[in-house]
Write a protein that binds this ligand. Structure first.
Ligand code: 5GP
Length: 178
């Protein structure tokens, strides 16, 4: 099974996914490639950081399950290398979720929604995003939410972290027992 956790930047996808994976050994977290520069203090293994020609060559050779341009940087999911006994978790944007669903219609797609724009902006600032990028990301969030809802993703408002993790875990368990 493929589990896609998508939603606007600053909604807390990374935190939710980290908890899910830490608590469930059957989940295998995909590491994306990006052309974005690492943020100050960001873990070196948060992404596979590459330059644009390297990314584009990998995309041209069919190396990605999906890839997208997000605010001028490229992001992509390499073809998963999880064994059959694992479920793959992708933490990606809504454009990526659309592509995954085209290829894998049985994927479970969860759309994480921020409780409010203010909370989203605070989270983006809190992790050190520059002010111009905070404004840009909040502006695109509304479109992303609309596209995610149109996809038929399961919507989960990330208000309380424990509740959100429990809700997504229940969705995964329910899908496993289909
Ligand atoms: P950030 O720059 O904040 O790390 O990521 C920007 C956006 O790109 C976030 O919504 C993040 O979830 C998304 N993203 C991260 N990796 C991928 C990926 O492999 N594919 C796609 N389509 N989006 C990704």
């Amino acid at each position: 099974m493929i589990v896609v956790v998508c939603g606007p930047g600053g909604v807390g996808k990374g935190t939710v996914v980290a908890r899910l994976v830490a608590e469930d050994p059957r989940l295998w977290l995909s590491r994306s490639w990006t052309t974005r520069a690492p943020r100050p203090g960001e873990a070196a293994d948060a992404y596979t950081f590459v330059d644009r020609p390297t990314f584009e060559a990998h995309a041209a050779s069919g190396g990605f399950l999906e890839h997208a341009d997000f605010l001028g940087n490229l992001y992509g999911t390499p073809w998963p290398e999880a064994g059959d006994d694992h479920d793959v978790v992708l933490e990606i944007d809504v454009q990526g979720a659309e592509q995954v669903l085209e290829r894998e219609p049985a994927a479970l797609v969860v759309l994480l929604e921020p409780p409010s724009r203010q909370v989203q902006a605070d989270r983006l600032r809190g992790r050190g995003d520059p002010p111009d990028q905070v404004a840009e990301r909040v502006a695109v969030a509304e479109q992303e939410l609309e596209r995610g809802r149109a996809l038929g993703a399961v919507r989960v408002v990330n208000d309380d972290l424990d509740d959100t993790v429990a809700e997504v875990r229940d969705l995964i368990e329910a899908r496993r027992s289909w």
